[in-house]
Design a protein around this ligand. Sequence first.
Ligand code: UFG
Length: 323
Amino acid sequence: MILVVGGAGYIGSHLVKELVENEEVIVLDNLSTGHREAVDSRAIFVEGDLGNEEVLQMIFKSYPIKAVMHFAAYSLVGESVIDPLKYYENNVASTLRLLKVMMNNHVKNFIFSSTAAVYGIPAAEMIDEKTETSPINPYGHSKLAIEQILADFKAAYELHYVILRYFNAAGAHESAQIGESHNPETHLIPIILQQLAGHRDKVSVFGSDYETPDGTCIRDYIHVNDLACAHILALKALLSKEKSAEVYNLGNGHGFSVKEVIETCEKVTGLKATVEMADRRAGDPARLVASSQKIFSELGWKAERNLEQIISDAWKWHQTQLY
Ligand code: UFG
């Protein structure tokens, strides 16, 4: 059985939907940002906090857990600058508690959701896993801290782990049964789609004077189901002992500017967005584009869905948005 912590969240719920096809799954989520409806009915659901040692003990004592996949983190850069305690408490302290309970129960396989934010403002055009890590906000620091802890636990306690550094997760399940639903929403693609659907007055473009061809920030958007597939492969590699301490980037390898994303949303939906140029948002690097060559050559994973597919699946979800 696989324990998915944060399995009611955006990325966790998409992973669970794939994972239940081949594994027994138990989800632990405190529903602070996740949605109960997002959890596939084939999974066992426990409402509880990652930081609650008693709940964790109960799960490890009651179920034969062979691996843990950890999605339960706060992930807003701006919020992490304003409230670092919240980020270090949940993303670091609670994760450490989870790892402690895992070690005590001899569960030693771990898949960890990390982020492009560990790279800070990278000099590299294409970021690979050897690019220097140098976070510029508490969110990135909190994720990098756990990456270091995992390496130390590997050396001392024989923990086996795979770290997956996501670039910009976007899109929705092709069935449109689950998708992205944050409150408040801060991510670019859902904000544009909400505007196109008439739920917002305008889309603000945060900065048009960056050193990029059209002056707006460039990001690497990756379909949430491509992310889910990468987790399944990583889990397989971990359980078969093919891998025991790895870090992989997960991106499409193509960068799109904010303006290009808006244009693609207009093309996919056939609607015209109302857009205003606004000031830069604090902490935004100009360009973040992944090289995912390593996971392709080692595990055979590559992103299958392009930006149009991402947006058309997100749009389909947006029409029915069930939660
Ligand atoms: N943007 C706008 N207007 C908006 C929202 C976003 O112009 O209303 C711009 C942002 O400035 C950025 C781009 O669109 O240039 C993408 O912004 P998102 O908020 O969608 O995503 P981020 O790149 O800020 O964040 C993502 C993940 C984080 C992760 C970060 C790494 O959501 O968890 O990448 O830098 F930390």
